[in-house]
Design a protein around this ligand. Structure first.
Ligand SMILES: Cc1cc2nc3c(=O)[nH]c(=O)nc-3n(C[C@H](O)[C@H](O)[C@H](O)COP(=O)(O)OP(=O)(O)OC[C@H]3O[C@@H](n4cnc5c(N)ncnc54)[C@H](O)[C@@H]3O)c2cc1C
Length: 404
């Protein structure tokens, strides 16, 4: 699977941030993490802090999977609104998911703050009604969130016009959100694992794994054998191949970054913007005054067809953004596309699957808020390995598919 096309901005901007060798020898470790994207890096680092002997392998260059393509808005507001999640799982579980996501953002901020050179900024998030009739569900959503202690403000059309300068019948302004350079964060975390753990190896593919009674045996395409007590599959969207059950659908998402914008970005400096239509348009700024714009998702799962659409999709994204902010000069610098996977309820799958037993842990941080889920995944898997049950363990388990 070709996970991205075009020029993902983070790779262009940062270049190669780390050099990791190919694994050529057999090794033993407590935990093998397969996947050196942001999910694998967060999990490996968290497990290392918890005292485990951790090794990471990746078939590509580290951080060059979906992580490089991510626009990296960090939001607790997942693609499924709280009111819909309440309908699916009841109030208690829906709030559990939303609260876990809200807690993951300051957790990511603390983590990024430990490293020099990780671009991370706290922000607000504006979710606006892009169709007139969407305002009614937005009002219900805002009331529900307020009733349960989420720091949100409902904006009417006049507020949106005055504070953001565009027209929308209503919007929800959330105080908790952030934006990050996911590639920098991934490499800073991996550098620690490479130094203090059992090692980080890229261009090394897991070709086979077999769970045994007290361990898991893995073979790589470089003919190395790895014996570990636990295997974490943080292989991004490609990890779906390891279970027979279909748990998600692949989509393509499109993104672009502009040249630095000469005009004052106003509220966009510190606020992410996204809309209520699906697929949604979303906009954030970067530290060097560019706009990072994404959306136009479609069901294309064939990289060549996706590649052919990048420029057309980028033009559409620019058009939509100009309609909102006509005073800004928006010159696209790079455009790209990436695969992402969507679950039916918008929640991730974190934990073991019955097909492989308790020593093989999946970290499928799928959905528009993948990075927030990656952070929860790190805490959840660390808790499982310590024999503790994370509060979200059953909601984010594969077993929830039987509840719906
Ligand atoms: C265009 C786009 C925009 C996005 N915007 C956002 C956003 O704004 N906010 C947000 O939170 N999320 C966003 N996402 C989603 C986010 O990018 C992902 O959730 C996140 O990057 C997934 O990270 P990962 O580490 O799980 O996957 P990846 O980065 O893909 O890493 C998985 C790694 O596993 C490796 N691998 C797979 N199989 C094997 C194997 N057998 N052996 C060895 N290695 C293997 C791959 O090579 C890969 O490097 C976006 C995604 C796209 C495509």
């Amino acid at each position: 699977m070709d996970l991205s096309s075009g020029y993902p901005y983070w790779n262009v901007k940062n270049g190669l941030l780390g050099n990791y060798p190919i694994l050529r020898e057999d090794i033993d470790c407590d935990v093998l993490v397969v996947g050196a994207g942001v999910t694998g890096a967060l999990i490996a680092w968290t497990l290392l802090q918890a005292g485990h002997d951790v090794c990471v392998i990746d078939r590509r260059e580290a951080g060059w999977g979906s992580t490089a393509a991510s626009t990296a808005l960090l939001q607790y507001e997942i693609d499924t609104e709280l009111q819909d999640l309440v309908d699916m799982y009841g109030r208690e579980d829906a709030l559990l998911a939303y609260r876990a996501c809200a807690a993951a953002i300051p957790a990511l901020a603390r983590l990024a703050g430990r490293f020099r050179g990780v671009e991370f900024r706290n922000a607000k998030s504006l979710y606006y009604a892009s169709k007139w009739h969407h305002q009614f569900r937005l009002r219900r959503e805002a009331a529900l969130r307020q009733a349960h202690g989420f720091d949100v403000r409902l904006l009417d059309a006049e507020d949106v016009g005055r504070e953001f300068g565009f027209t929308a019948p209503a919007a929800i302004l959330s105080a908790v959100a952030a934006q990050v350079d996911p590639y920098q964060l991934t490499h800073r975390l991996l550098a620690v694992v490479a130094r203090r753990g059992k090692g980080v190896f890229d261009r090394t593919q897991m070709v086979e794994f077999s769970p045994k009674r007290g361990s898991v045996h893995v073979r790589t395409d470089t003919d190395a054998r790895i014996r570990c007590r636990h295997l974490v599959l943080a292989g991004g969207y490609e990890a779906q191949q390891y279970i027979d059950q279909k748990v998600a659908a692949n989509r393509s998402s499109y993104a672009l970054i502009t040249d630095p914008v000469p005009e004052d970005l106003g509220p966009l400096k510190s606020c992410l913007v996204w809309e209520s239509s699906r697929p949604y348009l979303y906009i954030r700024s970067t530290a060097d005054r560019r706009l990072l714009i994404g959306g136009e998702d479609d069901r294309i799962d064939i990289p060549l067809r996706r590649d052919a659409r990048v420029l057309k999709k980028a033009r559409k994204l620019i058009e939509k953004t100009r309609a909102l902010f006509p005073h800004l000069t928006l010159d696209p610098a790079f455009a790209w596309a990436g695969t992402f996977a969507e679950t039916k309820d918008g929640l991730p799958f974190l934990g073991p699957h019955e097909q492989h037993g308790p020593r093989v842990h999946f970290a499928m941080a799928y959905g528009g808020n993948g990075i927030t889920y990656s952070m929860i995944g790190a805490e959840l898997i660390a808790a499982a390995l310590a024999g503790r049950r994370h509060p979200c363990a059953s909601l984010f388990a594969f077993e929830r598919l039987r509840r719906r």
